[in-house]
Structures are given as structure tokens and as C-alpha cells.
Design a protein around this ligand. Structure first.
Ligand SMILES: C[S@@+](CC[C@H](N)C(=O)[O-])C[C@H]1O[C@@H](n2cnc3c(N)ncnc32)[C@H](O)[C@@H]1O
Length: 276
């Protein structure tokens, strides 16, 4: 619910809403940029007009709008996403992942950035419960309608941000995130969130594209990252606190085409880690 309205003095939550980012992302901005803010006791307070002036003058506008653009893009493609996805990666990717990381019976599993539920639908055969999380309402709507049609009653579609997961601490046995990391403004924050929601011994399984040089994915697909390097992923997993972590080539590709009709095949990685 939007509570910002026309109030002049805003709380942290309201200021985050104004910027269209999670409170965690806003706190990071607060630490790293010169945002006009005041602390009253332990609470942050913001002047709406000072924030708006700051947004107008700084590069914060670009920062805040990337997440909104990303969401708008997925809201728009949701009705045709499954068709698009089949051209990019088929069911082999899901089969490989689920055969290597089969959720134990009765387990609770999260699929972050579930989209239309590609992974969640496969995981539903094995896990006790799947939390299918996405920030795009339209993608989640398609997913929820498919789950209903397929009789998959153990999947719960949840609106939420990968940077601020709507899940309790230490509540998940496994967390999957397929091809969402490159859409996130702060992948490290999201990896820390995945760590938070895992039970001790729980496993994090992230798959995405390896670093590439196809700049147009940023403008045409609203990707925020041109893939990732294995070393950088290894460092991020360690930093989040994961043990037994490793990032390797997955042996699958993601195919994508630009508006000029050029199709490229980008190799994917698999990054895994265990919460101690
Ligand atoms: C390329 S699709 C992948 C969907 C699905 N994981 C799959 O394998 O088919 C990326 C998904 O991540 C979602 N997404 C992007 N940013 C997100 C965020 N900050 N929090 C949660 N979901 C996000 C998009 O709405 C979209 O559904």
C-alpha cells in the first residue's frame, strides 16, 4: 500500500516508497550518497521536498528508475513470457537443476524471481512447499493461474523483492534463483537475503549468465548486469557467509536476440553455497 501521499515529513519506509526501492536498498543509498536526512532518536526522518530536490539534481533518479523500468518490462511481457522463454532456454535447464538439487520430501523451498513459475512447477513434485516470489504482479498472475490449472496447491505465489524477501529468517531448506540476478540493482544484498532466509545446512542455488559484452541487453532487455564472473560470485557467496560455495560453468546457454535480429548464445553459470 502506498502511504507516501502528500506528507511532508517521511519515515524510512515512506522515503523508500518515494524512490520505489526497498528499505534495504534505500538504507544503502543513504550510506553511500549524500541524501538529505535527519535522525530523531533511532528513527530516520526525511523532508519530502528536500528529497525531491535531491532526486532532481543527482543521479539518484537513474538509480531509482531502473528497478521501476525492470518491473514495467516484466509486467508488459508477462502474457507472452513463456513463449519467449522457450526460445531462450528450454526445460533441459530445469531438469538438470532439479536432478542435481532435488528438494527432500516435506522441505520448504523458495524460487526467487519465479517469473511464470518455470522452476517452481518442477520443484512442486518434490518439495513440501514452494514460495514462488516475484516483483512483477503480472508475471505472478500468470504463474498463479498456471499453478491453479496444474493443480499445484503446494506453491504459494508471493509478491516481493529479491532484495527484501518476504520470508522469515531460517525458514527455507533451499533457495533457487534462475536468471534473476542480472536484473537486480544489488545482487550482494539479494545473496545476503537468501542466506538470511535459509535454515542452517540449507542450500542456495543461483543460475544466471556468465559475463558477456552484449551491451544492448541493457537497453533492450532491461538487464542491469552483463552477466557475472565466477570469481566475483565466489567472493559474494563467501562474503554472505556461505560455506562449501563454488561457482562453475553450468553447461547450458541462454539464447537471446536483439531488435536488429542478431541472436547470441550466452553461457550460464551455477553458483551454490551452504549456510553453516
Ligand atoms: C528472466 S526472468 C526469469 C524467470 C524465472 N526465474 C525463469 O527461470 O523462467 C526474471 C524474473 O525476475 C523478476 N525480477 C526482476 N527483478 C526482481 C526483484 N528485484 N525481485 C524479485 N523478482 C524480480 C522479474 O519480474 C522476472 O519475472
Amino acid at each position: 500500500m502506498n502511504t507516501v501521499g502528500s506528507k511532508d515529513v517521511l519515515t524510512l519506509e515512506e522515503a523508500s516508497q518515494l524512490f520505489q526501492v526497498s528499505t534495504k536498498t534505500f538504507l544503502k543509498l543513504l550510506r553511500e550518497e549524500d541524501i538529505p536526512a535527519r535522525k530523531v532518536g533511532r528513527e530516520w526522518r526525511f523532508s519530502r521536498s528536500a528529497l525531491l530536490t535531491w532526486i532532481e539534481s543527482g543521479n539518484s533518479r537513474a538509480y531509482a528508475s531502473v528497478e521501476a523500468e525492470n518491473n514495467a518490462y516484466f509486467d508488459q511481457v508477462a502474457p507472452v513470457y513463456d513463449e519467449l522463454r522457450k526460445g531462450c532456454y528450454g526445460n533441459a535447464l530445469r531438469d538438470i537443476l532439479i536432478s542435481r538439487f532435488t528438494p527432500p520430501a516435506g522441505s520448504e523451498v523458495a524460487d526467487i524471481g519465479t517469473g511464470t513459475g518455470y522452476l517452481a512447477k518442477g520443484l512442486a513434485k518434490y518439495a513440501g512447499k514452494i514460495n514462488a516470489i516475484d516483483s512483477s504482479a503480472a508475471m505472478l498472475e500468470v504463474a498463479a493461474s498456471d499453478f491453479l490449472k496444474m493443480g499445484l496447491t503446494n506453491i504459494e505465489p508471493l509478491a516481493g523483492d529479491a532484495h527484501d524477501l518476504p520470508l522469515e529468517d531460517a525458514s527455507q531448506d533451499m533457495v533457487f534463483a534462475n536468471l534473476v540476478l542480472h536484473h537486480l540493482s544489488e545482487p550482494t544484498l539479494s545473496i545476503a537475503e537468501m542466506f538470511r532466509v535459509l535454515k542452517p545446512g540449507g542450500r542456495c542455488i543461483i543460475t544466471d549468465v556468465k559475463q558477456h559484452n552484449h551491451q544492448w541487453v541493457k537497453q533492450e532487455k532491461f538487464d542491469l548486469w552483463m552477466g557475472f564472473e565466477l570469481d566475483e560470485l565466489n567472493a559474494w557467496f563467501k562474503e554472505a557467509g556461505f560455506i562449501e560455495s563454488e561457482a562453475n560453468d553450468l553447461g547450458c546457454i541462454c539464447r537471446t536476440s536483439n531488435n536488429a535480429g542478431m541472436t547470441v548464445e550466452i553461457p550460464m553459470f551455477l553458483a551454490i553455497g551452504t549456510k553453516p
